[in-house]
Design a binder for this molecule. Structure first.
Ligand code: SF4
Length: 445
């Protein structure tokens, strides 16, 4: 996504272009950097070749994300004017800063996450065409509350950064460090600003969201935070993304199934159902335990929506493990699920595990599990026909409004189409038909 900034108060014409890759957490960082740059007087660039500085906020989560980041840097290098500057930000800059500098000697600055405090000063110097020497600054974008004007009726809010868990496949702790939670007051301030700007849905994100508050003086954890923010005017519902299964305590289920301002939507980060693979991942639980957890959630609210993500082809995964996962999916009846091929990440313990699988085997298993889940999702959606759901209108395409209920997270799940409404409206929609992952309905007064 291209973004740029304007400051009508200055005649200086420093123009910036930013491409953001990766997850919602990276998008939040870009939004905050955008606001900081706008305050510093940087203007909107209409295209990369219109910018004095082109920037890319990279992702380095897995190999495919790194490849996309490299491709994007090359695209921007080619698209920018010869005299424009190139700045690389984000996870790849953080984890592979030296390699990025070596691979892209034309990059004028490479700033990892802990150097965002240097961004404005760096751009100031670059746009004055002076050589730069970067200095460390204590500014931390995590606590920043400024954001650019919203273009959607939903917004992501990052409540913590980093992760303390030991999952053997995951590079996040290497990139983002130990968990650092934001103070509740700081989060509330950002939500209030977003609500005043028209946000009707706030999506709370963190690497290990349910562990929020453990590193600061917040003994009530995520449950207290939910109670603390859920009275903010204008926000219809809060949604929680990424819940580590062992952190889903009865108190959290109770809060999420009884607080009318919290979407009863459980994004369970399960990764597999096979016990021996989960142990090799250094993760808790197994298929039976996860079914119990889903049962507890549905006891709290039978209509609660569930999503999860799974790694396919982890070292040592057998055909029997895949069948175990397939049986789990059938029994769990998750509304949504994503499947990702195992990616061997340098520096993580799983890289040294025996039993790596060929790509074609992993691809076949992925297709099998994905098609099985597509059928389950279609069945879950078909069961919605006849129900009336409160829907937030995300937008209108080809004259047809579309939006989401509590069941659908933005950008990852399906959408609902209906007959009338405008962006930001909340409407009651009677579901008339389902088409795989999509629903269609009629607004009822
Ligand atoms: S809990 Fe999530 S972010 Fe943390 S190490 Fe495990 S997979 Fe990575």
């Amino acid at each position: 996504m291209w973004r740029s900034y304007a400051n009508p108060m200055t005649s200086d014409t420093r123009r910036v272009w930013l491409t953001t890759l990766g997850c919602a957490k990276n998008q939040v960082d870009s939004d905050k950097l955008s606001a900081v740059l706008a305050d510093a007087g940087y203007e909107v660039a209409d295209s990369p070749d219109d910018a004095d500085v082109v920037m890319v906020n990279t992702c380095a989560f897995i190999e495919a994300a790194r490849e996309e980041s490299v491709d994007t840097i090359i695209e921007l290098e080619n698209a920018k004017r010869d005299d424009a500057k190139l700045v690389v930000l984000g996870c790849m800059a953080q984890r592979f800063g030296v390699e990025v500098e070596e691979a892209f000697p034309t990059a004028d600055a490479v700033l990892g996450l802990d150097r965002y405090g240097e961004l404005v000063g760096t751009l100031d110097r670059l746009t004055n065409w002076e050589p730069i020497r970067l200095l460390h600054s204590p500014m931390d974008i995590l606590y920043e509350v400024r954001r650019p004007t919203l273009t959607t009726p939903y917004a992501y809010v990052k409540v913590a950064e980093g992760c303390d868990k030991p999952c053997t496949f995951c590079a996040i702790p290497l990139i983002r460090g130990k968990q650092r939670s934001r103070p509740p007051v700081n989060i509330r301030q950002e939500v209030e600003e977003l609500a005043a700007d028209g946000a009707r849905e706030i999506v709370l994100v963190a690497q290990d969201l349910a562990a929020y508050g453990r590193d600061i003086d917040a003994p009530g954890g995520i449950e207290d935070l939910l109670r603390f923010v859920s009275d903010i005017d204008g926000v219809r519902w809060f949604r929680l993304l990424y819940l580590y299964p062992r952190e889903i305590r009865p108190a959290l289920i109770a809060e999420m199934t009884s607080n009318p301002r919290i979407a009863p939507y459980f994004d369970l980060s399960l990764q597999h159902a096979s016990r021996h693979l989960l142990r090799a991942m250094k993760r808790p639980g197994d298929g039976d335990r996860f079914l119990e957890l889903i049962g507890d959630i549905r006891s709290g609210n039978p209509q609660a929506a569930t999503r999860s993500s799974f790694i396919v082809g982890f070292p040592g995964e057998t055909e029997a493990d895949v069948e175990e996962l397939a049986e789990f999916l059938e029994a769990a009846g998750l509304d949504w699920a994503g499947f990702f091929p195992y990616s061997a990440e340098e520096g993580t313990p799983a890289v040294d595990l025996p039993g790596r699988l060929p790509n074609d085997v992993v691809g076949e298993r992925l297709r099998y599990l994905q098609s099985l889940q597509e059928e389950i999702t279609a069945e879950r959606n078909a069961a919605m026909v006849g129900r009336t759901l409160e829907v937030l209108v995300d937008g209108v395409e080809d004259g047809r409004p579309y939006g989401r209920s509590y069941r659908e997270a933005p950008e990852i799940d399906g959408v609902i189409e209906f007959d009338h409404g405008k962006q930001g409206d909340l409407v009651d929609v009677r579901i008339d038909a389902s088409y795989g992952s999509e629903l269609a309905g009629t607004v009822v007064e």
